[in-house]
Design a protein around this ligand. Structure first.
Ligand SMILES: [Zn+2]
Ligand SMILES: [Zn+2]
Length: 352
């Protein structure tokens, strides 16, 4: 193994900077992973790529980018208890302290330790490099029947969506509205299908993304984002609206549509980050007995459950990857993701 490697950093001016850095060595409880797939997230673009806007958990500390990695363990440090060299793994993308209440629930995303909570690709080195140093406690075993590109998407997007859908509960009684058909919205469509949703309606402003959702069979109907969306969704659902709605857009108008197009007694969940929303509590939710949930990433145990379900369902998150790049093309990969003219964008730092 070489002593140094080329890794991608995001200086915050809509470019990627490649730098030569040392290949890390695993210490106690850590593993060295050969990164096979590293996908790009909307949050990378929103909070880091164009400008370093993130604060707190979204504060980028100038580390190697990429928080959606999957790869092969090539070396383990002393004291590892479960994983070994040769294991294929997904990295749950936030390393928590392990002992606060949130970490003990498996929700390291909301770890309360300012000293020890560090997200891969945000506050500690991430997956846009040939090798990644990870803590053993952050790993999820990737089953043989899933690809590394499947795994990378579980690390953030699919895991996040699965959690949100579990909160509102999806089954065959439901028509579901998905606002925002970026990779997270597409993941919502794919998982709603397997959970049995009978009718899936998607809304997006981008023609490319609406086309991807229809081509992959993840929505039954797609609508162009617009002022008539609530009445169109009602028209598609017997005049009543959907039983369940998932906002993956973070757009104020789309969120209001998701709330208003949900029928009486229905549930909606917000996953898309940032921005605002305006609605009128009495007519929009109180008098209609609606529930609005918020959902942030997922837990390590639910991520393990999702991986098991993906195998059972023969569902491959890789199917929503529309573009793949080598690490040297990382610049192109981030620019494409920033354009929104794509499904999921992946970088494969080392080939299989
Ligand atoms: Zn992500
Ligand atoms: Zn913690």
């Amino acid at each position: 193994m070489r002593n140094t490697m080329r890794a991608a950093f995001l200086p915050g001016n809509s470019t990627v900077e490649m730098r030569e850095v040392p290949v890390p060595e695993p210490r106690h409880g850590e593993v060295l992973i050969e990164v096979k797939a590293s996908t790009i997230c909307g949050s990378d673009i929103r909070a880091i790529f164009h400008e370093h806007l993130g604060k707190g958990p979204e504060g980028y500390q100038g580390v190697i980018a990429g928080h959606e990695p999957a790869g092969l363990i090539v070396e383990t440090g002393p004291g590892c208890r479960r994983f070994k060299a040769g294991d294929r793994v997904i990295v749950y993308h936030i390393s928590g302290c392990g002992v606060c209440n949130d970490c003990r629930r498996g929700y390291m995303i909301s770890c309360t330790s300012p000293e020890y909570r560090r997200a891969y690709g945000w506050q500690r080195d991430g997956g846009m490099a040939p090798y990644l140093l990870a803590e053993e406690k952050d790993l999820i075993l990737l089953p043989d029947s899933l690809t590394y590109l499947d795994g990378a998407q579980v690390a953030c997007g699919f895991g996040t969506v699965y959690e949100a859908l579990e909160k509102i509960g999806i089954n065959g009684n439901h028509a579901v509205l998905i606002t925002g058909l970026g990779p997270v919205g597409l993941a919502a469509g794919a998982l709603c299908r397997k959970l049995g949703a009978e009718k899936i309606i998607g809304i997006d402003i981008s023609q490319e993304r609406r086309d991807i959702a229809m081509r992959l069979g993840l929505c039954d109907t797609v609508l162009t984002a617009g002022a008539d969306n609530v009445s169109l969704v009602r028209g598609l659902t017997g005049g009543r609206g959907v039983e369940r709605a998932v906002d993956c857009s973070a757009n104020a108008e789309a969120r209001a549509v998701a709330i208003r197009a949900t029928r009486k007694w229905g549930k909606m969940v917000m996953v898309g980050e940032g921005g605002t929303v305006t609605f009128n509590p009495s007519p929009d939710i109180i008098h209609e007995q609606k529930t609005i949930y918020g959902s942030w990433v997922t837990s390590t145990w639910l991520m393990e459950e999702l991986v098991e379900r993906l195998v059972r369902w023969n569902l491959h998150p890789e199917d929503i990857v529309t573009h793949r790049f080598t690490l040297d093309q990382a610049d192109e990969a981030y620019s494409l993701m920033a354009s929104g003219r794509c499904g999921k964008v992946a970088v494969c730092p080392t080939s299989e």
